[in-house]
Design a protein around this ligand. Sequence first.
Ligand code: SF4
Length: 302
Amino acid sequence: METQKLHDDIIRQKEEKDVVILAHYYQRPEIQAVADFVGDSLELSRVAASAPQGTILFCGVKFMAETAKILSPDKTVLTPYPLAGCLLADMAEPREVEEAKKANPTAQVVAYVNVYAEIKALADIICTSANAGKVMEKTEGDKILFVPDRNLGAFHARTMKGKDVRLWDGYCPIHERITPEAIERVQRKHPDALVIVHPECPPRMTEKADFVGSTSQLLRFVEQSDAKCFIVGTEEGILHEMKKKAPDKDFLLPDPIPICDQMKMITLERVHKALKEDIYPVIVEEAIRAKAEKAIRRMLEL
Ligand code: SF4
């Protein structure tokens, strides 16, 4: 089926079947175009929990759809492609985290939302890239085990006074490749562009950037800034929303362009099939879900 027909059929079916479609900012533009809400993982989970529809079709990677299911256990959460995972989330195994907890019995485990349900269940509290600093600051005690993103953890640990922050050795390979060199290749032709990057980028990049923020914070920044041109250090899908929010501004990407193949596994054809056939339901074992929900709710209460 051609793209326009798929688009129209998805819109018709979601209304007939009373399904809400949620899409992350890193999704393909044609997926964002059929979504009822586009946002970061936390915003989308909040929308999922309050949406009146009984079924949520979540266009993002596995941990995001799981988070929606954890917060909305009575709803059906569908993912268009269950194999779309996250290379960062893959870097924390439950057994390893359990061992690290035993080795650091007084540490509070702060887990970035980019982990699977089993790790969320082992955490004391969850954080997102938008609130990691605040969560770490408010965490009880003076020792933190931050899982799994060493870059996000290091970015906030620098400003943590009186806290011993142990960083997991995980990273997002897509953001890890956003380096000062990758930015400089673009900067040569656009010396006046502001450099804005995600905190999943390595420290030598975040130290040099003009602004560091989560996807939502980057979006707000480009809208409010007086600058006209930006080099955007995060997954390229964000440009779709940036151009919508600030159509009179220019957005450039590092060289090489950061593309998350896992996010791009969600295609319009797969969304169409999932909607038509009511596949694939996200299942989280109740004992894990309940513990994971507790850790997420702690963050939401802050
Ligand atoms: S961009 Fe990185 S952190 Fe985000 S889903 Fe892809 S692999 Fe995971």
